[in-house]
Design a protein around this ligand. Structure first.
Ligand SMILES: Nc1ncnc2c1ncn2[C@@H]1O[C@H](COP(=O)(O)OP(=O)(O)O)[C@@H](O)[C@H]1O
Ligand SMILES: [Mg+2]
Length: 252
């Protein structure tokens, strides 16, 4: 058995008295590549913020490496859903990645180690040659890689990405997931996404998030998953490798 890195037990989270997540229990093991799928408003981002310790459960518990999430947030690399950058602010791709190091250590000067990790992260994302570009000179997909490089530069054990492909076209998605699959050799990955069929050839497990969470210990796509995200027909028609449709076990 691989060690459990994220442990969630009977977790309930309400916002202004409205339940967002109800009685959620599942675990993420080391080396997992888990997709959080579900409709808009289903609670994926909320679940991620609970993992990062930015929100706290009303009931139940969530532990990362056996500790409170906020105590170990420096071991998680986070790529948020909406990244706002001021396009008029003349910051280079490399600066953006360096800022990730700053965030981690709350200090005011960069060390050689900072510069080394930044170069390594940019090289991993195949963006080193773009280091001098301003963010507004890069394509959506390239910007996305810079934000992932920023997360990687913090040397995380877990990489958490919230709908990172929103700005990519379909061929871009395949390349992007291929990259994540490579990273998964050394990192545990949590990925919120809508691309159900596409994902099935890359991820190792799936959690369907819609107030409650159904955890699936494999990447096989179920009818509920398709229904849940209103998966567009053209995605299925791509004929990408996918697995047999199955239904959830009967719920109480
Ligand atoms: N800060 C907030 N303000 C307003 N609504 C919120 C807030 N946080 C969570 N919610 C509510 O929680 C639910 C889940 O949202 P979210 O986690 O963003 O879902 P998803 O990421 O799956 O689209 C939504 O119904 C949303 O209205
Ligand atoms: Mg979201």
């Amino acid at each position: 058995m691989k060690p459990i890195m994220i442990h969630i037990e009977n977790l309930t989270y309400s916002f202004n008295g409205h339940p967002v997540l109800k009685d959620v229990s599942f675990g993420v093991a080391r080396g997992d590549f888990i997709a959080l799928i579900g409709p808009n408003g289903g609670g994926k981002t909320t679940l991620i913020k609970l993992m990062l310790g930015l929100l706290h459960p009303n009931k139940g518990k969530i532990e990362i490496f056996g500790e409170a999430p906020a105590a170990v947030s420096h071991r998680m690399g986070y790529v948020p859903q909406d990244i706002h950058i001021n396009k008029n602010f003349p910051v280079s791709a490399r600066d953006v990645v360096l800022m990730g190091r700053l965030q981690k250590q709350r200090k005011f000067r960069y060390s050689n180690q900072d510069h080394f990790q930044v170069q390594k992260a940019l090289e991993t994302m195949e963006m080193w040659e773009y280091r001098g570009y301003r963010m507004d000179e890069l394509s959506g997909g390239q910007r996305q890689r810079i934000f992932i490089a920023r997360a990687l530069a913090t040397e995380p054990d877990i990489l958490i990405l919230d709908e990172p492909t929103a700005s990519l076209d379909t061929p871009g998605h395949n390349m992007f997931y291929g990259l994540l699959k490579e990273l998964n050799h050394t990192l545990t990955i949590v990925l919120a996404s809508h691309d159900v069929m596409l994902l099935s050839s890359y991820v190792k497990s799936v959690a369907c998030v819609n107030q409650t969470v159904h955890y699936h210990d494999s990447a096989e796509i179920t009818e509920e998953m398709m229904d849940m995200v209103h998966c567009p027909v053209e995605v299925i028609a791509h004929g990408l490798p996918h697995r047999v449709l199955k239904t959830h076990k009967t719920e109480s």
